[in-house]
Design a protein around this ligand. Sequence first.
Ligand code: NDP
Length: 482
Amino acid sequence: MINIQNYINGKFINSINNEVIENYNPATGEEIATIPRSSPKDIQNAVNACEKAKLSWSKLSISERSKWLDKIANELEKRFEDVSKLESIDTGKPISLARTVDATRSVSNFRFFANLAKNMKEKQFEMNDAMNNVINKPVGIAGLITPWNLPLYLLSWKVAPALVMGNCIIAKPSELTPMTANLLAEIIDDVGLPKGVFNLVHGYGNECGQAVVEHPEINLISFTGGTETGKIVAKTAAPMFKKISLELGGKNATIILKDTDIKSNIKNIAKSAFLNQGQVCLCGSRILVHESIYSSFLEELLKYVSTMKIGDPLNEDTQLGSLISCEHREKVESYIKLAIEEGGEVVLGGERPKLNEKFANGAFLEPTVIIGLNHNSRTATEEIFGPVVTIHKFNEIDDAINIANCTKYGLAASIWTQDTNLGESIAERLDTGMVWINCWLHRDLRVPFGGVKSSGLGREGGLYSLQFFSELQNICTMDNTN
Ligand code: NDP
């Protein structure tokens, strides 16, 4: 049981009102921590800390700031096992996943941006009589708001580029998953980052998160979360002309063409549907299968998914842990009920698994496969964000593209085929920010990440992040000497 505190101006402190929020392990229902229930006054304190720190931080060179990122990465790497365990306990995800995805990426995010920024070339445009130098200046104070599904992975994805480009930070993690953000604050404190450069404030989204978005001195908001919350964030930030990046929800299609080698790809296709219990914004929660291979595909999918081990997240063999909370499980279950009302058939899962007593209050749900739904149904077009996948048949490629594009979301898709030229031509016709062909979540940190339509606004990743976390200034100089 940990009493987590805010980290403001280089000090761990309670919220001003001294109120706390309980934090639970969703796999067991045990209380594992309390966090401060911060209010706008705490945000004001964090802003004051940033104001004091920002001039000297912004004056450091990018290579000096990169060294700080490397120091953070080195310490994070030393605490790799702590990060993995805390993430598993806090989210209910399997420890193996916390190691391979969350802990690994958190370290590489810091290293990657340290290296990228150091080697970034600023642009010059020469004229007959003058030279234009385009420089990247810090934006000022960055508000970073992150969700619960990949807590430190997503936080570090924002913290690293924001810091290296010379901004001061106020981070607000999900109140459901504060543990690894707190660990990051401890590491930042241990390495001695100048006080006030990184501030961490815990609390409810509609109180503390809203106060971050509303604060006029916070110049930039990088938000990852649900589409409905994204709308509130956009509406609040727009009149202040804040720089804003919104990474929102998805309802991603997995398109299986008729030449797909099902047996050799089924594991990866199932992974794309069920990784992190389906709680990844990129999960392929609608599988569109060519009708000529529909039956054999379904058979292989059910065979594979029914072998997936569900249970204790800290067990090395577990493939599916618990959902983030019992409330979230109820939301997911309401979609399974809706699917039946909409004419769907649950051909696998749909129930709470029978686990031992320790996990009786855990938010577990079996991986669920639903067939027979209209591709326009609510179940097939709304984001469920759980271990639920719907399967749909198509005949013509145009039909697959229309089905894939028929949701309000536009985050990602995957296409499975032996004909990669055909795959690429289909990819270009999908209304999404990202498409994988014969793979999924295969990430190169240099490429743009983000969605279109209701999946968000803007791109992060590689140089796109460095641009977002900085302001461009053009300086045109004419030589005045004779
Ligand atoms: P939410 O939108 O509920 O919350 C995201 C963050 O916003 C949390 O820190 C939350 O705080 C905070 N928040 C809530 N209300 C406000 C507000 N009014 N102003 C400012 N901040 C606020 O999302 P979830 O945490 O439920 O995450 C799941 C969602 O995130 C899914 O829709 C998923 O698709 C999306 N997501 C998108 C990704 C992408 O890259 N496109 C990646 C990962 C997830 P609190 O939790 O304390 O309420």
